[in-house]
Write a protein that binds this ligand. Sequence first.
Ligand code: UDP
Length: 316
Amino acid sequence: MRILITGGAGFLGSHLCEVLVARGDSVVCVDDLSSGRLENIGHLRHENLEFIRADVSQGLDLPGPFDAVAHLASPASPPLYLKRPLETLAVGSAGTDHALRLAGRDGARFLLASTSEVYGDPAVHPQPEDYWGNVNPIGPRSVYDEAKRFAEALTMAHGRTLGTNVGIVRIFNTYGPRMSAADGRIVTNFIGQALTGQPLTVYGDGSQTRSFCYVDDLVRGLVAMIDSDQTGPINLGNPEEFTVGDFARLVIALTGSSSPVRHLPLPADDPTRRRPAIERAEALLGWRPQVPVTDGLARTIEWFQSRPAELAEATL
Ligand code: UDP
């Protein structure tokens, strides 16, 4: 297949490019490098991968035909999307529209990378796909949450009115090699802090929960969704749930660090709990995560340990 990946130089996008190239697909990767990095795909550029530096919010007029379009482009970590609110809204709206039109033009399969953030601060736990969510539409996080909710609405409208072959996955917290140490997320902050002897910054009292999926598992789910004709939405995530406080203690234990924990204020509208219901992914895609969090974290810690410059650059 010839596949277009927007955001293909990012954390998830680059792993997706790698898996598709390895199985023989021809991949065109579009990224404006605002959070993605060329080094993430550098090793693939001599293979069947073409890189185009462009902002998908500005337009996406590429020669086809494509068999599939996977739209992953967006800032994804809270500190990054809070720093670029207008760009985040633009890529969820105009960027998604451009990607959908290109897929429609070519009769291609379209995959939207949506998010567990569409559930906001969920009143239902764990979160099934038929839960409509609890999102503050004017809070700071809304630039991401509502952009992705709009992207889902636009994707469904293209499917219903234009007959585009669309699919939506809702991605829950995912971690692994190639995350940027400076992206401000829990996994990168805690690993960076533990490895450099700094206090682990637990926001609030640390009782809020998240569930963590290793990148290889997640990307297997993305590929299964590209290859299927399911519309979804389908949750992709690992239901292994931790409080933030317990997760800090796990990272300290796995790194053998003597860092203490320091509590900082909880960011506005930080969801109190999050865990995917994955029965739909199991039934429709035959997908379930296989990598336990302790194994995935050990691999991620090893990756960061071998990149001291990456850790030194991060503002922790
Ligand atoms: N968090 C934390 N310390 C950090 C970074 C994040 O306690 O240094 C918390 C954050 O408040 C949230 C959870 O960890 O409850 C996950 O945050 P992240 O930014 O990774 O992503 P989110 O799931 O909120 O999108």
